[in-house]
Design a protein around this ligand. Structure first.
Ligand code: DON
Length: 600
């Protein structure tokens, strides 16, 4: 694995570092000579939204157009995570030309200061960043989707045309599914929504949670979308929508008896997206493109791929294949042995430790991205991995709570060979649980992604340092990992991403490794059982379904603290392109999404 970063190092230097960093893999500049896919595809977490995306492709839109329309549709039919009131990241990877990364992450308002989250004793109150007004960051999604359309949309379809399907779904309604029903059954979601009469009346009509089969009609959201359609981002960040949002925050502050302000019209008017250079690495002859800070996803993904590329994984695989002769293996297990998993976990542990220590919003703190992706870091990391697990001896930390469906990801490919990989979130399921009265959309609780106190874990059990402390106009560190893999000829091979908090990173990584290193087909790679390691807590969690004996070996031979848990996580939405150009869409069966390929 080697790393290419546009504009960061002279090309010759990258070449030298690249060769030093990885054995055998040659850095390359993809040339767009490869074939284009024979059809476009859209994969996301709701079938109605996938259908909208494909409709746009078939109407002549490109991947950016389809991604925008799909994301807007998700804001209507998937209120757990699809959003106008949240934020996210998107990669634009064209068939020819430079890949770019769009950061439409929420920002902390101008009045944000660490002491807003402390009680009279000076201790951080962890609830303040998860529910109520202070949990809400200035939304980035409307500006982000507009920027994606403006910069990369085909212009064969107007902005209004991309908003239209979402408006229709909000106005005419859609039928609630079991995922919406399950989400609303969560006691935490219901408790958070107690502060928001508008949310309660939409999601708990007559005090009863919506159930599958019920039609959900959202006229106020339709009006909000219409203002966005007619005026672009001004229809959200200024005028009636902005006024309603600010009034909602003021009402929430009043109820919380907080005399200070939080999101103001100045914050909304001042929101700006950022175009960033994506991180690019070479892994097994392909280019892996992913998100730079303020997401940690790209760095951790590329670090672990680089570390693992230097271990003799293939030899271990064949060893284990020999050892496994006679043992029935299912398709999800390419012949793993405990040592392979041990390397994989230890690499993650070290990367997540670096995440906690060094990563934050690059507009506010200096993130040592270059160093963290340097051959030196990779080599040191690899050398430090011995035969035994090395959990740190830090104090015990509370367990991360189980997560529900929250963030959401969509992958789009058009027949021109352009790809969009877009992850967007309200953070928790239904965000802060606050629906803007009169405007019909939910607000995020992204402020919990800041590290409010060193060593104190957030809702995902993640710890952080000053690098990710809250400050005015700062973006909280994220784990969202939209990624695109390109072949040597520049053609897109994989578009991938997922929800799942820090589990996003480990799930995206697993799919990349399973397809590119372990030669599994995409469906197998997405459905296969997962594990998660994030430095703190020390133990590694495994989904059920691993081959008998494997985890016992990891414990006995390598000393890994581990736990099998009877739940699943993340929801990978991926498009692979076969050598003949045929796209294969896979929506994680762990949730209710849908993959759609163009029919003509
Ligand atoms: O940006 C982040 O890392 C988190 N706000 C993502 C939250 C998430 O993925 C929850 N999803 N299931």
């Amino acid at each position: 694995m080697s790393f290419l970063r546009r504009g960061s190092l002279p090309w010759s230097m990258v070449l030298v570092l690249g060769l030093a960093a990885c054995r055998g893999a040659e850095p390359f500049e993809p040339v767009p000579s490869g074939p284009r896919p024979i059809r476009g595809a859209v994969v996301c977490e709701h079938p109605l939204a996938s259908a909208v995306g494909v409709e746009i492709l078939e109407a002549g839109g490109n991947a950016a157009d389809a991604a925008v329309a799909t994301a807007l549709a998700l804001a209507v039919v998937y209120p757990q995570a699809g959003n106008l009131g949240g934020g996210g990241f998107a990669l634009w990877v064209p068939h020819s030309g430079e890949a770019t990364a769009l950061d439409f992450r929420e920002v902390a308002p101008e009045t944000a200061m660490p002491d807003r989250f402390r009680n009279a004793e000076g201790e951080v109150d962890p609830e303040l960043s998860k529910s109520g007004p202070l949990a809400v960051g200035v939304p980035g999604s409307p500006a982000g989707l507009w920027a994606l359309y403006q910069t990369h949309g085909s212009k064969r379809l107007s902005w209004q045309a991309l908003c239209e399907p979402a408006i229709r779904l909000a106005e005419e309604g859609f039928v609630a599914d079991s995922f919406l029903e399950a989400g609303l059954r969560s006691a935490t979601v219901r408790r958070r929504m107690q502060r928001s009469p508008a949310a309660l009346s939409l999601f708990y009509p007559g005090g009863i949670p919506l159930i599958r089969g019920q039609r959900v009609v959202q006229p106020e959201l339709a009006d909000t979308l219409r203002r966005l359609a007619e005026q672009g981002p001004d229809g959200f960040y200024r005028g009636l929508t902005a006024t309603l949002l600010v009034q909602e925050i003021e009402r929430q502050l009043l109820e919380a008896e907080d005399p200070r302000s939080w999101i103001t019209s100045t914050d909304l008017e001042g929101y700006e997206v950022r175009w960033r250079d994506p991180l690019r690495g070479v892994f097994r002859g392909r280019e892996v493109v992913s998100m730079p800070p303020p997401s940690s996803g790209g760095i951790v993904l590329l670090q672990v791929l680089a570390v693992l590329e230097g271990f003799p994984v293939a030899a271990q695989l064949s060893d284990s294949r020999i050892a496994l002769r006679g043992v029935e293996r299912d398709g999800a297990d390419p012949g793993f042995n405990p040592r392979i998993l041990h390397w994989w976990i230890e690499a993650l542990r070290r990367s997540f430790a670096a995440r906690a220590e060094y990563m934050g919003d690059p507009d506010h703190v200096q993130v040592p991205t270059e160093e963290l992706l340097s051959p030196g870091w990779v080599a040191r990391c690899r050398l430090s991995i011995g035969e035994q697990a090395m959990p740190s001896i830090a104090p015990f930390l509370p367990e991360p709570p189980p997560e529900g469906p929250q963030t959401t990801h969509l992958s789009v490919l058009d027949r021109g060979g352009n790809a969009v990989s877009l992850t967007t979130t309200l953070n928790s399921s239904f965000g802060a649980g606050i629906l803007v009265e009169g405007a019909g959309f939910l607000l995020n609780n992204e402020i919990d992604d800041f590290a409010h106190q060193g060593g104190v874990p957030n809702q995902f059990g993640l710890v952080g340092s000053e690098a990710n402390g809250i400050a005015a106009k700062k973006r909280p560190l994220s784990s969202m990992t939209p990624a695109v893999v390109r072949r040597h000829d520049g053609s897109v091979e994989l578009v991938v991403g997922s929800p799942g908090g820090p589990r996003i990173i480990t799930s995206v990584l697993a799919v990349v490794l399973r397809t590119l290193m372990f030669d599994q087909d995409l469906e197998t790679a997405v459905t296969a059982p997962r594990f998660h390691q994030q430095w703190k807590p020390e133990r590694t969690e495994f989904e059920l379904g691993w081959r008998p004996g494997l985890l016992e070996g990891l414990d006995a031979d390598h000393g890994h603290p581990l736990r099998e848990v009877d739940r699943t996580w993340a929801s990978v939405q991926a498009i692979g392109v076969l050598d003949n150009g045929e796209p294969v869409g896979v929506s994680d069966p762990r949730r209710g999404g849908a993959a759609r390929v163009e029919e003509r």
